[in-house]
Design a protein around this ligand. Structure first.
Ligand code: GUN
Length: 283
């Protein structure tokens, strides 16, 4: 079998057109321009790229973009002070603090300081708890983008074996909850999992989010599986996913490319979340 490509770039572009329309409509009817504040502390090269992409997408969608670049030496108190100001700023509907943060700053403190109504990343404990409980919440962008890509296949999720490789708070755990809420049978594998390949081979839906280039090889994939590659590994040869794309695409029914799969969807979901929060009266 040769896999169909799940084109995240194309789907994200369509979603961004819809968001842009929503922004224009909001401006016309209420005079409000949705605003997103992005905070970058330090100069992690990958973070700089992601933040640049987020700002560009924001401006293209017609949002007000407030970019705060702080030096790597920024004390935690100063960052918390900025968040406090953004929490109280009515022109800011979404706040995103790019992770990772420098070692003197506790990311949990920072995430908890963001007003849950402005937490467009869906990382605040209130949003995490609501996701866990199956209540309406701001869903984290990458897992939400993965679920949209799965919808694109037209295949049902109910009753399927979903295996996630990676247990991060940003991807592995939330995508597990979202797949569970769609009645998949979910397994989370991680660095201490014994015989990971055996778990992976059972998967109808296989999500690779471990940050190891080409970790998922063809022998770990069931014929006809849907394979979602969340990895973005920067090698000398260029960007490489967590999946050994060539051989795996000969076995999978659907597969996301890297680049052009999950990555663009994360940004599209961020825009959607921000517009959604801006539409809420309490934001
Ligand atoms: N670092 C890597 N992914 C993300 C993300 O989705 N949001 C934030 N804030 N930081 C990240």
């Amino acid at each position: 079998m040769t896999a169909h490509i799940l084109d995240g770039k194309k789907l994200a572009a369509e979603i961004r057109v819809e968001v842009k329309k929503g922004v224009a409509e909001m401006k016309a009817t209420t005079g409000t321009v949705p605003g997103l504040a992005v905070v970058l502390v330090g100069d992690n090269p990958a973070s700089k790229v992601y933040v640049g992409q987020k700002e560009k997408a924001c401006l293209e969608a017609g949002f007000a973009s407030f970019l705060h670049r702080l030096p790597a030496s920024t004390p935690q108190g100063e960052l918390l002070g900025l968040i406090e100001r953004l929490n109280g700023d009515p022109s800011v509907h979404g706040i995103l603090v790019q992770l990772p943060l420098p070692p003197q700053i506790d990311p949990d403190m920072v995430i908890a300081a963001i007003k849950p109504e402005k937490d467009v990343d869906g990382f605040h404990p209130v949003n995490v708890g609501r996701l866990m409980a199956g209540l309406p919440c701001c869903e984290p962008c990458t897992p939400k983008g993965i679920m949209r890509l799965l919808e694109e296949t037209g295949l049902p999720i109910e009753g399927k074996e979903a295996v996630i490789i990676g247990r991060s708070n940003i991807v592995g755990k939330p995508v597990a909850l979202m797949l569970l809420s769609k009645s998949a049978t979910v397994t989370i594998c991680h660095s201490k999992t014994r015989d990971l390949a055996t778990h992976a081979r059972r998967a109808d839906i296989l999500v690779a989010a471990i940050g190891k280039p080409r970790f998922v090889t063809a022998d770990m994939v069931k014929e006809g599986a849907v394979v979602i590659d969340v990895g973005i590994n920067r090698l000398d040869e260029g960007l490489v996913g967590d999946v050994d794309y060539g051989p795996v695409s000969e076995k999978a029914s659907w597969i996301t490319p890297v680049p052009g799969g999950v990555g663009p969807m994360t940004i599209a979901m961020l825009l959607e979340n921000t517009l959604h929060q801006a539409r809420k009266p309490e934001a």
